[in-house]
Design a protein around this ligand. Sequence first.
Ligand code: IFM
Length: 452
Amino acid sequence: MTDVWSFPSSFFWGTATSAYQIEGAWNEDGKGESIWDRFSHAPGRILDGSTGDVACDHYHRWQRDLDLMQELDVNAYRFSVAWSRVLPQGRGKINEPGLDFYDRLVDGLLSRGITPFVTLYHWDLPQALQEEGGWTNRRIAEDYVNYAEVVSRRLGDRVKHWITHNEPWVAAFLGHAMGIHAPGIQDFQQALAATHHLLLSHGWAVPVIRQHSPRAEVGITLNLHDVVPASPSYADANMARQIDGYFNRMFLDPIFGRHYPADMLVFFARQHDARMDMVQEGDLQAISAHIDFLGVNYYTRQVARDAAAADNLPPTINTAESEFTEMGWEVHPHSLHRLLNRLHFDYQPRQIYITENGAAFTDTITPDGRIHDERRLAYIKAHLQAAHAAIACGVPLAGYFVWSFMDNFEWSYGYSKRFGLYYVDFEDQKRLPKDSALWYRQVIAAGSVSPD
Ligand code: IFM
Protein backbone atom coordinates (compact mmCIF):
# COMPACT_ATOMS: atom_id res chain seq x y z
CA MET A 1 0.00 0.00 0.00
CA THR A 2 1.26 3.50 -0.80
CA ASP A 3 1.95 5.91 1.99
CA VAL A 4 -0.62 8.69 1.47
CA TRP A 5 2.02 11.37 2.13
CA SER A 6 4.48 10.08 -0.46
CA PHE A 7 5.33 12.12 -3.54
CA PRO A 8 5.69 10.56 -7.00
CA SER A 9 9.04 8.79 -7.49
CA SER A 10 9.81 11.07 -10.47
CA PHE A 11 9.31 14.19 -8.33
CA PHE A 12 11.96 16.91 -8.57
CA TRP A 13 13.20 17.98 -5.14
CA GLY A 14 15.20 21.14 -5.59
CA THR A 15 16.43 24.48 -4.42
CA ALA A 16 16.62 27.74 -6.35
CA THR A 17 18.80 30.84 -6.70
CA SER A 18 19.37 33.60 -9.23
CA ALA A 19 22.54 35.00 -10.78
CA TYR A 20 22.58 38.53 -9.38
CA GLN A 21 21.63 37.34 -5.91
CA ILE A 22 24.53 34.91 -5.49
CA GLU A 23 27.25 35.17 -8.13
CA GLY A 24 29.14 38.36 -7.31
CA ALA A 25 32.05 38.92 -9.76
CA TRP A 26 29.95 41.73 -11.18
CA ASN A 27 32.65 43.00 -13.53
CA GLU A 28 34.92 39.98 -13.99
CA ASP A 29 35.91 37.98 -17.05
CA GLY A 30 34.27 40.39 -19.47
CA LYS A 31 30.86 40.64 -17.83
CA GLY A 32 28.92 43.77 -18.84
CA GLU A 33 27.03 46.04 -16.46
CA SER A 34 23.42 45.06 -15.69
CA ILE A 35 20.54 47.23 -14.54
CA TRP A 36 20.92 45.74 -11.06
CA ASP A 37 24.61 46.71 -10.96
CA ARG A 38 23.61 50.25 -11.88
CA PHE A 39 20.63 50.34 -9.48
CA SER A 40 22.43 48.95 -6.42
CA HIS A 41 25.41 51.26 -6.96
CA ALA A 42 23.12 54.30 -6.81
CA PRO A 43 22.88 55.68 -3.26
CA GLY A 44 19.66 55.11 -1.32
CA ARG A 45 18.22 52.30 -3.42
CA ILE A 46 19.11 49.33 -1.19
CA LEU A 47 17.96 49.17 2.45
CA ASP A 48 21.35 48.31 3.95
CA GLY A 49 23.38 50.18 1.33
CA SER A 50 24.78 46.91 -0.04
CA THR A 51 25.26 45.66 -3.60
CA GLY A 52 25.53 42.31 -5.37
CA ASP A 53 29.18 43.00 -6.27
CA VAL A 54 30.35 40.03 -4.20
CA ALA A 55 27.09 38.50 -2.90
CA CYS A 56 27.80 34.82 -2.07
CA ASP A 57 30.87 34.82 -4.31
CA HIS A 58 29.30 31.84 -6.03
CA TYR A 59 31.11 32.65 -9.27
CA HIS A 60 34.33 31.56 -7.57
CA ARG A 61 32.92 29.05 -5.09
CA TRP A 62 30.45 27.21 -7.33
CA GLN A 63 32.13 23.82 -7.05
CA ARG A 64 31.91 23.76 -3.28
CA ASP A 65 28.32 25.01 -3.51
CA LEU A 66 27.43 22.13 -5.81
CA ASP A 67 29.07 19.75 -3.33
CA LEU A 68 26.77 21.13 -0.63
CA MET A 69 23.79 20.59 -2.92
CA GLN A 70 24.88 17.02 -3.40
CA GLU A 71 25.11 16.59 0.37
CA LEU A 72 21.59 18.01 0.60
CA ASP A 73 20.55 15.25 -1.79
CA VAL A 74 18.49 17.48 -4.09
CA ASN A 75 17.92 16.06 -7.56
CA ALA A 76 17.30 19.45 -9.18
CA TYR A 77 18.73 22.95 -9.00
CA ARG A 78 17.19 26.08 -10.49
CA PHE A 79 19.62 28.90 -11.31
CA SER A 80 19.59 31.82 -13.71
CA VAL A 81 21.98 32.98 -16.39
CA ALA A 82 23.21 36.58 -16.26
CA TRP A 83 22.50 37.97 -19.73
CA SER A 84 25.33 40.53 -19.44
CA ARG A 85 27.86 37.80 -18.59
CA VAL A 86 27.09 36.13 -21.91
CA LEU A 87 26.41 39.22 -24.05
CA PRO A 88 27.98 42.19 -22.22
CA GLN A 89 26.22 44.71 -24.46
CA GLY A 90 22.98 42.69 -24.61
CA ARG A 91 23.56 41.76 -28.26
CA GLY A 92 26.57 41.39 -30.53
CA LYS A 93 29.78 39.76 -29.47
CA ILE A 94 29.51 36.71 -27.20
CA ASN A 95 31.68 36.77 -24.07
CA GLU A 96 32.98 33.19 -24.17
CA PRO A 97 34.31 33.12 -20.58
CA GLY A 98 30.81 34.05 -19.37
CA LEU A 99 29.17 31.27 -21.34
CA ASP A 100 31.90 28.87 -20.22
CA PHE A 101 30.98 29.51 -16.60
CA TYR A 102 27.45 28.21 -17.13
CA ASP A 103 28.75 25.36 -19.25
CA ARG A 104 30.94 24.20 -16.36
CA LEU A 105 28.09 24.72 -13.89
CA VAL A 106 25.78 22.49 -15.93
CA ASP A 107 28.44 19.77 -16.23
CA GLY A 108 29.15 20.08 -12.51
CA LEU A 109 25.48 19.55 -11.71
CA LEU A 110 25.04 16.62 -14.05
CA SER A 111 28.15 14.88 -12.73
CA ARG A 112 26.62 15.13 -9.26
CA GLY A 113 23.28 13.70 -10.39
CA ILE A 114 21.47 17.06 -10.16
CA THR A 115 19.13 18.15 -12.97
CA PRO A 116 19.62 21.78 -14.03
CA PHE A 117 16.56 24.03 -14.40
CA VAL A 118 17.80 27.15 -16.19
CA THR A 119 16.04 30.51 -15.91
CA LEU A 120 17.07 32.78 -18.76
CA TYR A 121 15.91 36.05 -17.26
CA HIS A 122 15.79 36.83 -13.55
CA TRP A 123 15.72 40.65 -13.78
CA ASP A 124 19.37 41.54 -14.57
CA LEU A 125 19.01 43.17 -17.99
CA PRO A 126 22.23 44.40 -19.64
CA GLN A 127 22.45 48.13 -18.91
CA ALA A 128 23.32 48.78 -22.57
CA LEU A 129 19.81 47.62 -23.55
CA GLN A 130 18.25 49.74 -20.81
CA GLU A 131 19.84 52.77 -22.49
CA GLU A 132 17.56 51.99 -25.46
CA GLY A 133 14.45 51.77 -23.28
CA GLY A 134 14.90 48.23 -22.00
CA TRP A 135 11.64 46.30 -21.69
CA THR A 136 9.59 49.30 -22.80
CA ASN A 137 11.12 49.11 -26.29
CA ARG A 138 9.68 46.39 -28.57
CA ARG A 139 13.14 45.78 -30.02
CA ILE A 140 14.07 44.04 -26.75
CA ALA A 141 11.95 41.02 -27.59
CA GLU A 142 14.22 40.32 -30.58
CA ASP A 143 17.32 40.82 -28.44
CA TYR A 144 15.95 38.40 -25.87
CA VAL A 145 15.30 35.75 -28.52
CA ASN A 146 18.85 36.16 -29.78
CA TYR A 147 20.15 35.77 -26.21
CA ALA A 148 17.95 32.70 -25.64
CA GLU A 149 19.32 31.25 -28.86
CA VAL A 150 22.96 31.81 -27.81
CA VAL A 151 22.44 30.13 -24.43
CA SER A 152 20.26 27.26 -25.62
CA ARG A 153 22.60 26.55 -28.52
CA ARG A 154 25.47 26.07 -26.07
CA LEU A 155 23.67 24.32 -23.20
CA GLY A 156 20.70 22.76 -24.97
CA ASP A 157 22.28 19.34 -25.40
CA ARG A 158 22.41 18.93 -21.61
CA VAL A 159 19.79 21.30 -20.16
CA LYS A 160 16.31 19.84 -20.53
CA HIS A 161 14.31 22.30 -18.39
CA TRP A 162 14.12 25.95 -19.44
CA ILE A 163 12.33 28.82 -17.76
CA THR A 164 12.08 31.86 -20.03
CA HIS A 165 11.29 34.45 -17.36
CA ASN A 166 11.09 34.70 -13.62
CA GLU A 167 8.14 36.69 -12.26
CA PRO A 168 7.49 39.15 -15.12
CA TRP A 169 5.03 40.97 -12.83
CA VAL A 170 7.94 41.98 -10.60
CA ALA A 171 10.16 43.05 -13.49
CA ALA A 172 7.32 45.07 -15.04
CA PHE A 173 5.60 46.64 -12.03
CA LEU A 174 8.21 46.85 -9.25
CA GLY A 175 10.73 47.96 -11.87
CA HIS A 176 8.59 50.36 -13.96
CA ALA A 177 5.54 51.42 -11.90
CA MET A 178 6.68 51.37 -8.25
CA GLY A 179 10.34 51.98 -9.08
CA ILE A 180 11.66 49.98 -6.12
CA HIS A 181 13.47 47.52 -8.38
CA ALA A 182 15.80 48.23 -11.29
CA PRO A 183 15.51 50.20 -13.50
CA GLY A 184 13.67 52.33 -10.91
CA ILE A 185 10.98 53.87 -13.15
CA GLN A 186 7.60 55.08 -11.84
CA ASP A 187 5.21 55.09 -14.78
CA PHE A 188 2.30 52.71 -15.32
CA GLN A 189 2.34 53.18 -19.09
CA GLN A 190 5.93 51.94 -19.16
CA ALA A 191 5.00 49.06 -16.83
CA LEU A 192 2.33 47.92 -19.30
CA ALA A 193 4.78 48.15 -22.20
CA ALA A 194 7.30 46.13 -20.17
CA THR A 195 4.61 43.53 -19.37
CA HIS A 196 3.78 43.06 -23.02
CA HIS A 197 7.36 42.89 -24.25
CA LEU A 198 8.37 40.45 -21.49
CA LEU A 199 5.51 38.17 -22.51
CA LEU A 200 6.16 38.64 -26.22
CA SER A 201 9.83 37.76 -25.75
CA HIS A 202 8.74 34.62 -23.90
CA GLY A 203 6.40 33.55 -26.68
CA TRP A 204 8.95 34.20 -29.42
CA ALA A 205 11.72 32.40 -27.54
CA VAL A 206 9.82 29.16 -26.80
CA PRO A 207 10.19 27.60 -30.30
CA VAL A 208 13.79 28.82 -30.59
CA ILE A 209 14.77 27.11 -27.33
CA ARG A 210 13.00 23.92 -28.44
CA GLN A 211 14.93 24.02 -31.71
CA HIS A 212 18.29 24.05 -29.91
CA SER A 213 17.31 21.79 -27.03
CA PRO A 214 15.50 18.78 -28.44
CA ARG A 215 13.01 17.07 -26.12
CA ALA A 216 13.42 19.82 -23.54
CA GLU A 217 10.61 21.16 -21.38
CA VAL A 218 10.10 24.91 -21.75
CA GLY A 219 7.97 27.04 -19.44
CA ILE A 220 7.69 30.33 -17.58
CA THR A 221 7.59 31.16 -13.88
CA LEU A 222 4.99 33.54 -12.45
CA ASN A 223 4.56 34.90 -8.93
CA LEU A 224 0.97 34.01 -8.15
CA HIS A 225 -1.37 34.61 -5.25
CA ASP A 226 -4.56 33.25 -3.83
CA VAL A 227 -6.65 36.41 -3.37
CA VAL A 228 -9.43 36.48 -0.78
CA PRO A 229 -11.79 39.33 0.18
CA ALA A 230 -11.29 40.62 3.73
CA SER A 231 -15.05 40.69 4.35
CA PRO A 232 -18.24 39.54 2.61
CA SER A 233 -18.85 43.11 1.31
CA TYR A 234 -19.31 43.77 -2.40
CA ALA A 235 -16.52 46.33 -2.22
CA ASP A 236 -14.00 43.78 -0.93
CA ALA A 237 -15.17 41.18 -3.45
CA ASN A 238 -14.60 43.70 -6.22
CA MET A 239 -11.17 44.54 -4.84
CA ALA A 240 -10.30 40.84 -4.75
CA ARG A 241 -11.18 40.51 -8.43
CA GLN A 242 -9.04 43.53 -9.23
CA ILE A 243 -6.01 42.25 -7.31
CA ASP A 244 -6.41 38.84 -8.90
CA GLY A 245 -6.41 40.53 -12.30
CA TYR A 246 -3.34 42.58 -11.50
CA PHE A 247 -1.12 39.76 -10.19
CA ASN A 248 -2.55 36.65 -11.79
CA ARG A 249 -4.85 37.07 -14.80
CA MET A 250 -2.79 39.78 -16.56
CA PHE A 251 -0.13 37.09 -17.09
CA LEU A 252 -2.01 33.78 -16.98
CA ASP A 253 -4.71 34.78 -19.46
CA PRO A 254 -2.47 35.72 -22.41
CA ILE A 255 -0.09 32.82 -21.75
CA PHE A 256 -2.99 30.37 -21.82
CA GLY A 257 -4.50 31.71 -25.03
CA ARG A 258 -6.92 34.33 -23.77
CA HIS A 259 -6.60 38.05 -24.35
CA TYR A 260 -5.38 40.43 -21.66
CA PRO A 261 -8.31 40.55 -19.21
CA ALA A 262 -10.86 43.15 -20.32
CA ASP A 263 -11.57 44.36 -16.77
CA MET A 264 -7.86 45.07 -16.24
CA LEU A 265 -7.58 47.06 -19.45
CA VAL A 266 -10.41 49.25 -18.18
CA PHE A 267 -8.79 49.44 -14.73
CA PHE A 268 -5.40 50.59 -16.05
CA ALA A 269 -6.99 53.12 -18.37
CA ARG A 270 -9.24 54.60 -15.65
CA GLN A 271 -6.90 54.47 -12.68
CA HIS A 272 -3.55 55.10 -14.33
CA ASP A 273 -4.35 56.52 -17.75
CA ALA A 274 -2.30 53.62 -19.15
CA ARG A 275 -3.14 51.54 -22.20
CA MET A 276 -2.00 48.32 -23.87
CA ASP A 277 -1.79 50.10 -27.21
CA MET A 278 1.54 48.49 -28.04
CA VAL A 279 -0.07 45.11 -28.84
CA GLN A 280 0.34 44.24 -32.52
CA GLU A 281 -1.38 41.69 -34.70
CA GLY A 282 -0.10 38.19 -33.98
CA ASP A 283 1.40 39.09 -30.59
CA LEU A 284 -1.21 37.29 -28.53
CA GLN A 285 -0.89 34.21 -30.64
CA ALA A 286 2.88 34.26 -30.09
CA ILE A 287 2.50 34.75 -26.32
CA SER A 288 0.24 31.72 -26.07
CA ALA A 289 2.93 29.39 -27.48
CA HIS A 290 2.44 25.94 -25.97
CA ILE A 291 4.42 25.51 -22.75
CA ASP A 292 5.39 22.23 -21.14
CA PHE A 293 4.98 23.52 -17.60
CA LEU A 294 3.96 26.50 -15.54
CA GLY A 295 6.43 27.54 -12.84
CA VAL A 296 4.70 28.83 -9.72
CA ASN A 297 6.41 31.01 -7.13
CA TYR A 298 4.20 31.06 -4.06
CA TYR A 299 4.94 32.78 -0.77
CA THR A 300 1.73 34.25 0.63
CA ARG A 301 -1.93 35.02 -0.04
CA GLN A 302 -3.39 38.47 -0.65
CA VAL A 303 -6.24 39.69 1.53
CA ALA A 304 -8.27 42.23 -0.47
CA ARG A 305 -9.68 45.23 1.37
CA ASP A 306 -11.28 48.26 -0.24
CA ALA A 307 -10.31 50.74 2.45
CA ALA A 308 -12.03 53.60 0.61
CA ALA A 309 -15.49 52.00 0.40
CA ALA A 310 -18.06 53.72 2.65
CA ASP A 311 -20.33 50.67 2.92
CA ASN A 312 -17.63 48.19 3.82
CA LEU A 313 -18.26 45.46 6.37
CA PRO A 314 -15.84 44.68 9.20
CA PRO A 315 -13.09 42.27 8.11
CA THR A 316 -13.80 38.63 8.89
CA ILE A 317 -10.29 37.51 8.12
CA ASN A 318 -8.48 37.79 11.37
CA THR A 319 -4.90 38.61 10.45
CA ALA A 320 -4.11 39.52 14.08
CA GLU A 321 -3.64 35.83 14.84
CA SER A 322 -1.71 35.13 11.70
CA GLU A 323 1.97 34.45 11.48
CA PHE A 324 4.12 36.70 9.28
CA THR A 325 7.62 36.20 7.95
CA GLU A 326 10.40 38.79 8.13
CA MET A 327 9.16 40.09 4.77
CA GLY A 328 5.81 40.86 6.42
CA TRP A 329 4.19 38.10 4.36
CA GLU A 330 1.44 36.05 5.97
CA VAL A 331 2.15 32.34 6.35
CA HIS A 332 -0.81 30.69 4.65
CA PRO A 333 -0.10 27.22 3.21
CA HIS A 334 -3.78 26.49 2.64
CA SER A 335 -3.72 29.16 -0.08
CA LEU A 336 -1.04 27.24 -1.97
CA HIS A 337 -3.46 24.33 -2.16
CA ARG A 338 -6.25 26.62 -3.37
CA LEU A 339 -3.98 28.28 -5.92
CA LEU A 340 -2.69 25.01 -7.39
CA ASN A 341 -6.22 23.70 -7.77
CA ARG A 342 -7.39 26.93 -9.37
CA LEU A 343 -4.51 26.85 -11.88
CA HIS A 344 -5.21 23.25 -12.73
CA PHE A 345 -8.94 23.61 -13.17
CA ASP A 346 -8.99 27.09 -14.78
CA TYR A 347 -5.92 26.95 -17.02
CA GLN A 348 -4.94 23.28 -17.34
CA PRO A 349 -1.13 23.58 -17.62
CA ARG A 350 0.36 20.26 -18.67
CA GLN A 351 2.59 20.25 -15.59
CA ILE A 352 3.29 22.57 -12.68
CA TYR A 353 6.55 23.07 -10.81
CA ILE A 354 6.65 25.09 -7.62
CA THR A 355 9.79 26.92 -8.70
CA GLU A 356 10.02 28.94 -5.46
CA ASN A 357 8.62 28.65 -1.96
CA GLY A 358 10.32 29.56 1.28
CA ALA A 359 10.55 32.08 4.07
CA ALA A 360 12.80 34.78 5.50
CA PHE A 361 13.22 34.59 9.26
CA THR A 362 15.93 35.94 11.53
CA ASP A 363 18.57 33.28 12.12
CA THR A 364 20.92 33.03 15.08
CA ILE A 365 23.86 30.73 15.49
CA THR A 366 23.48 29.06 18.88
CA PRO A 367 26.46 28.06 21.11
CA ASP A 368 26.27 24.53 19.68
CA GLY A 369 27.15 26.08 16.31
CA ARG A 370 23.73 25.27 14.87
CA ILE A 371 20.88 27.30 13.46
CA HIS A 372 17.59 26.08 14.82
CA ASP A 373 15.26 27.65 12.27
CA GLU A 374 12.08 25.91 13.43
CA ARG A 375 9.82 28.51 11.81
CA ARG A 376 11.36 28.08 8.34
CA LEU A 377 11.23 24.31 8.73
CA ALA A 378 7.55 24.48 9.76
CA TYR A 379 6.81 26.81 6.83
CA ILE A 380 8.34 24.47 4.25
CA LYS A 381 6.73 21.44 5.82
CA ALA A 382 3.23 22.97 5.82
CA HIS A 383 3.63 24.02 2.19
CA LEU A 384 4.80 20.57 1.18
CA GLN A 385 1.73 19.13 2.88
CA ALA A 386 -0.43 21.58 0.90
CA ALA A 387 1.38 20.60 -2.30
CA HIS A 388 0.80 16.96 -1.54
CA ALA A 389 -2.89 17.56 -0.94
CA ALA A 390 -3.06 19.29 -4.34
CA ILE A 391 -1.51 16.28 -6.07
CA ALA A 392 -4.18 14.16 -4.41
CA CYS A 393 -6.79 16.44 -6.10
CA GLY A 394 -5.25 15.66 -9.49
CA VAL A 395 -2.95 18.67 -9.87
CA PRO A 396 -0.01 17.64 -12.14
CA LEU A 397 2.64 18.94 -9.75
CA ALA A 398 6.02 17.53 -10.73
CA GLY A 399 8.55 19.33 -8.52
CA TYR A 400 9.22 21.69 -5.63
CA PHE A 401 12.14 24.12 -5.22
CA VAL A 402 12.94 25.76 -1.90
CA TRP A 403 13.82 29.42 -2.15
CA SER A 404 16.65 29.55 -1.50
CA PHE A 405 19.65 27.25 -1.47
CA MET A 406 21.58 29.81 0.61
CA ASP A 407 21.10 33.28 2.09
CA ASN A 408 21.70 35.91 -0.56
CA PHE A 409 21.10 39.42 -1.84
CA GLU A 410 17.38 40.05 -1.37
CA TRP A 411 17.07 42.89 -3.90
CA SER A 412 16.06 46.21 -2.33
CA TYR A 413 16.42 44.63 1.14
CA GLY A 414 20.09 43.85 0.55
CA TYR A 415 21.39 41.17 2.93
CA SER A 416 18.86 41.94 5.67
CA LYS A 417 16.51 39.04 4.83
CA ARG A 418 17.68 35.45 5.01
CA PHE A 419 15.79 32.85 2.97
CA GLY A 420 18.49 30.16 2.76
CA LEU A 421 18.59 26.52 3.74
CA TYR A 422 22.29 27.30 4.22
CA TYR A 423 23.35 30.21 6.37
CA VAL A 424 25.96 32.43 4.72
CA ASP A 425 28.43 34.48 6.72
CA PHE A 426 28.98 37.35 4.30
CA GLU A 427 32.27 38.30 6.03
CA ASP A 428 34.11 35.05 5.41
CA GLN A 429 31.68 33.36 2.98
CA LYS A 430 31.30 30.26 5.18
CA ARG A 431 28.13 28.23 4.61
CA LEU A 432 26.36 26.42 7.45
CA PRO A 433 23.37 24.11 7.06
CA LYS A 434 20.36 25.27 9.05
CA ASP A 435 18.09 22.72 10.72
CA SER A 436 15.67 23.19 7.80
CA ALA A 437 18.39 21.93 5.43
CA LEU A 438 19.06 18.82 7.53
CA TRP A 439 15.32 18.17 7.73
CA TYR A 440 14.78 18.77 3.97
CA ARG A 441 17.45 16.17 3.30
CA GLN A 442 15.47 13.60 5.28
CA VAL A 443 12.27 14.50 3.43
CA ILE A 444 14.03 14.02 0.10
CA ALA A 445 15.48 10.68 1.19
CA ALA A 446 12.03 9.49 2.31
CA GLY A 447 10.23 11.03 -0.70
CA SER A 448 7.47 11.97 1.67
CA VAL A 449 6.49 14.49 4.30
CA SER A 450 4.98 13.51 7.61
CA PRO A 451 1.33 14.50 8.14
CA ASP A 452 1.82 15.95 11.66
O1 IFM B 1 14.43 36.62 -3.76
C1 IFM B 1 13.25 36.60 -4.50
C2 IFM B 1 13.48 35.94 -5.84
O2 IFM B 1 14.48 36.57 -6.55
C3 IFM B 1 12.20 36.00 -6.66
N1 IFM B 1 11.07 35.51 -5.92
C4 IFM B 1 10.88 35.99 -4.57
C5 IFM B 1 12.15 35.86 -3.77
C6 IFM B 1 11.94 36.37 -2.34
O3 IFM B 1 11.55 37.71 -2.35
